[in-house]
Design a protein around this ligand. Structure first.
Ligand code: ME8
Length: 637
């Protein structure tokens, strides 16, 4: 084993659907960091996986009329095959429903209990199921539900006898940890947000659930399950052997993680709850969190609930996975949100990859072969102009390493592209096609200097585009092998003495062909005739909250809903949702309704409107909800 070890993790994704471009983004970032460390000679371990328990998954399974285990099982191949397609070189794929994980999570909670930092009490308050978060203790079930502080969606009331972790006892210890470890979170601005949150005062955290069955049993309390976040975070430990006696050395070797990658939505769990619980359990804390922003589509966060997710599978097939990896890393600054669009992707492929990089390789190889040069040897002495390119290459290596140290991958790429441009300028300025006729030695020198620059570029870009850069090495006749030496040290000492056996081949990157239709983001033509705005305005569409939901006698399809339309009062609306929604699932949910339809009699009861529904991919009708809570009776416009 190398003396340098590097352990990195991605979030463990909820398995309510196949992965999307957002989950891919975090996973690619982690893979790029892992590969970078491999290049630097480290012994690397990358953990990814799936978070399969909890209320959110259980509800999704129930809505799909599946048993939870069968429900989650069906999505796993989509994860593993997408990660394979995108060359994610993970070492462990942890499933939180696996036995070693469950046992490790229980062992972790036992440690919390043994530390004296847990107690039993009643949790009464609001819970956000999509975020699996306790939103606020207190209030009463009769109060109107409060929106989630993180996602703004409606919360539901929870009252249960649970175990608490004394998070509040760790406030000062956490604050001094942040102070002593100012690099704990990259980018730095996220750390300031965390510090302000902790300074406002921490409340104890409920760490078990009694009203949820789909989870890992709380130690010695079979009627309780471990709160899903506590259990899922343990996946970072269990994947490297925590809780398994025979893997004790392995665990001690890998833990603590060197970097944990995540989106900004889950930073609180990783930067506050997780370190506090690790302190209580007597385990070292992760060294660094890499927190990135959102991928947005049309200026909105890409998310399953907004229905604007991009499927990475056809995207990779159409544009090439390395090109998509490059685009994600280049276009999105880790410290900001960034926009995804097909136009920007195509433009980067055409200009950066096909023109700047691919063409340079092509020009060198075509010119060399045209003059029957297959082996390019380094000159005894470099010209002053070639030395400038060599110095530039070395300074780019150092700067890229500095940016990668902060995991500012987009800045590292921008700097690498400076070298790509410099190499193009050098080639263009020295006009080797003319030198080939007048000064053969100088001609070979230009080919050699450009090939050396390309070699440096391909090493620096290998973590981002592993397949394409392996192709580039191949074309230069310098395949790379990984050992325990650091490539930065190698580049520093190699003094541009390589011999290249240059090969011709197809274009490294194809320019995307402009198509009228975008097969990735498909748009269907409306099947309905157009109507005037006046006709549309005749329909009254209102937001309402379902206050009561009950079965309709003699109907297995209908539910009777009593819907609160605020200033417009309540209405009785019958909806054909009994097969996919139980009454309690609909209680206090906000939805959209047509409220000026003529009343209809259904199964002997009057329906005074219609709830808006849309069929999902499995053909099951789902209710349409507004993203945020809005006052009842709000008219859609
Ligand atoms: O939160 N842009 O799982 P999750 C960028 N199970 N990244 C995005 C994104 C977007 N639009 N959408 C999602 C969970 N992500 C928990 C984690 S860890 C022990 C438990 C990425 O499936 C981003 O990394 O909701 C975000 O933090 C993560 O997916 C949330 O994944």
């Amino acid at each position: 084993m190398s003396d340098k070890k590097f352990y990195i993790t991605t979030p463990l994704y909820y398995v309510t659907a196949a992965p999307h471009l957002g989950s891919l983004y975090s996973t690619v970032l982690a893979d790029v960091c892992a590969r970078w460390q491999r290049l630097r000679g480290a012994d690397v371990f990358l953990t990814t996986g799936t978070d399969e328990h909890g209320q959110k998954v259980a509800q999704a399974a129930q809505q799909a009329t599946h048993q939870p285990q069968a429900f989650v099982d069906q999505f796993i191949p989509a994860y593993t095959s997408t990660w394979q397609q995108y060359e994610i070189a993970y070492n462990a794929f942890v499933r939180t429903t696996s036995m070693p994980h469950k046992m490790g999570a229980q062992e972790f909670v036992r440690r919390l209990i043994a530390s004296g930092n847990t107690y039993r009490a009643t949790y009464q308050g609001w819970y956000c199921t999509p975020c699996e978060t306790f939103v606020g203790r207190g209030g009463s079930e009769q109060d109107a539900p409060i929106p989630c502080t993180s996602c703004n969606r409606m919360t539901s009331w929870v009252a249960e006898d649970t175990y608490f972790f004394k998070l509040s006892a760790y406030q000062e210890q956490l604050l001094s940890f942040y102070q002593n470890n100012p690099d704990f979170i990259a980018p730095k601005e996220r750390l300031n947000e965390v510090i302000s949150f902790v300074q406002e005062g921490l409340k104890d955290l409920s760490i078990s659930r009694t009203t949820v069955q789909w989870g890992v049993s709380f130690p010695d309390q079979p009627e309780q399950v471990i709160y899903v976040w506590v259990e899922a975070l343990c996946g970072y430990l269990t994947s490297v052997g925590f809780g398994q006696e025979e893997r004790r050395d392995e665990f001690n070797y890998w833990w603590p993680a060197d970097v944990q990658v995540m989106g900004k939505d889950i930073v609180k769990f990783h930067a506050i709850y997780w370190p506090a619980m690790l302190l209580a359990a007597g385990l070292p804390l992760p060294k660094r969190l890499l927190v990135h922003g959102w991928i947005k589509v049309d200026k909105q966060k890409m998310s399953k609930s907004l229905g604007n997710v991009v499927d990475p599978v056809p995207l990779g097939k159409q544009y090439g996975v390395d090109a998509v990896r490059y685009f994600l890393c280049r276009q999105l600054a880790t410290n900001q949100d960034g926009e995804f669009s097909i136009e920007a992707l195509e433009q980067h492929i055409a200009s950066d990859l096909a023109n700047d990089l691919g063409n340079l390789l092509n020009r060198v190889s075509v010119l060399a072969h045209m003059h029957n040069i297959f082996e390019i040897t380094a000159p005894h002495q470099w010209s002053e102009r070639s030395m400038r390119l060599r110095n530039e290459a070395w300074s780019v290596v150092q700067d890229a390493a500095m940016h990668m140290h902060d995991w500012a991958i987009h800045l590292a790429i921008a700097r690498i592209w400076h070298l790509v441009n410099q190499a193009n300028t050098y080639f263009h300025e020295l006009e080797p096609w003319k030198l080939a006729k007048s000064d053969k030695d100088h001609f070979v020198q230009v080919l050699s200097a450009t090939a050396h620059a390309l070699y440096t570029i391909s090493l620096l870009l290998w973590p981002i585009m592993p397949t394409k850069m392996a192709e580039l090495f191949e074309r230069l006749g310098t395949p790379i092998s990984f050992g325990s030496s650091d490539f930065v040290d190698q580049l520093k000492s190699d003094n541009w003495r390589h011999t290249f056996l240059i090969k011709q081949g197809p274009a490294l990157f194809e320019k995307p062909i402009k198509k009228e239709e975008q097969p990735v983001v498909q748009k269907e033509q409306s099947r309905m005739p157009t109507i005037s705005i006046d006709e549309f305005l005749k329909t009254e569409l209102l937001v309402g909250t379902i206050r009561e939901a009950s079965a309709v006698p003699h109907s297995d399809k209908l539910l009777k809903l009593i819907v609160d339309f605020g200033p417009y009062g309540t209405k009785q609306i019958l909806a054909g949702v009994a097969k996919q929604y139980s009454s309690d699932l609909l209680m206090n949910k906000q939805a959209l309704f047509v409220t000026n339809l003529q009343p209809r009699i259904m199964a002997g009861l009057e329906s005074q409107g219609m709830m808006l529904m849309a069929k999902d991919e499995q053909g099951i009708a789902r209710i349409m909800q507004s993203e945020n809570v809005v006052p009842n009776g709000t008219r859609l416009q």
